[in-house]
Write a protein that binds this ligand. Structure first.
Ligand code: G6P
Ligand code: MG
Length: 220
């Protein structure tokens, strides 16, 4: 079995996707760009600044870096306001049980997220003491699909990339895991996450045997 699991945060551990969408939709409306949930898939795993740039590019709109920065601050204020009322009830199905199984089997766990709000979110849902290693948007320079966030996680855990399984709901995150040489379980829809090794709806049926099956033809 693998030595570690690295979890994305938004959309894998906590249900923050609707909050991100609501806040980005408000910014898209403000600049007059059409934006829907399908387009939102392209923003998952992407930093705040690059997300705003993406929205502007959809409308061929030019803004200075300072203006983009101001939009991201506005977006984040809306977002933080929504997520500040999150509780442990917002942890996604199967997550707590899966983490318990990993701990019982000596498999290390880390967070690999692009979000600068990671510490706030983990605190809101009561998971701030659960992860041995947390790599988030405050510590990385290259956004997913660059593998930096996951490679840093593996290094801090002291394991090889190939000994890690990444859990991801974002197209960019799956690409990051695969280009980093890791196994990847996509959490979401198979049509969206086609580059993952396997795709699940949520973590309810993911267990140690499921992880082992990812390595069925390999020596670890
Ligand atoms: C995650 C989310 C993205 C978000 C990014 C940065 O990857 O999937 O939607 O833009 O984190 O989050 P932040 O909380 O720092 O704005
Ligand atoms: Mg995510």
């Amino acid at each position: 079995s693998p030595k570690a699991c690295i979890f994305d945060l938004d959309g894998v551990i906590v249900d923050t996707v609707p909050a991100h969408y609501t806040a980005w939709k408000a910014m898209a409306d403000e600049v007059g760009v059409a934006f829907d949930e399908k387009e939102n898939e392209n923003l998952k795993g992407v930093s705040r600044f690059d997300s705003m740039k993406h929205i502007l590019s959809l409308g061929n709109i030019e803004k200075t870096d300072e203006e983009i920065q101001a939009f991201t601050e506005k977006k984040n204020a809306i977002y933080v306001d929504i997520i500040s009322s999150m509780t442990p009830a917002d942890i996604l199905p199967g997550v707590v049980e899966f983490i318990d199984k990993l701990k019982a089997n000596g498999i290390a766990i880390a967070i690999g997220s692009a979000s600068k709000n990671t510490p706030t979110i983990l605190k809101c849902v009561g998971l701030e003491k659960v992860f041995k290693v947390i790599v988030d948007g405050n510590q990385i320079t290259n956004s997913k699909p660059d593998p930096e966030v996951f490679l840093k996680g593996a290094a801090q855990l002291g394991v090889e990339p190939k000994e890690c399984v990444v859990l991801e709901d974002a197209i960019s995150g799956v690409k990051a895991a695969k280009s980093g040489g890791m196994k990847c379980i996509g959490v979401g829809h198979p049509d969206v996450l086609s580059e993952a090794d396997i795709v699940v709806n949520d973590l309810t049926n993911v267990d140690i045997d499921f992880l082992k099956a990812l390595y069925s033809n390999e020596e670890l």
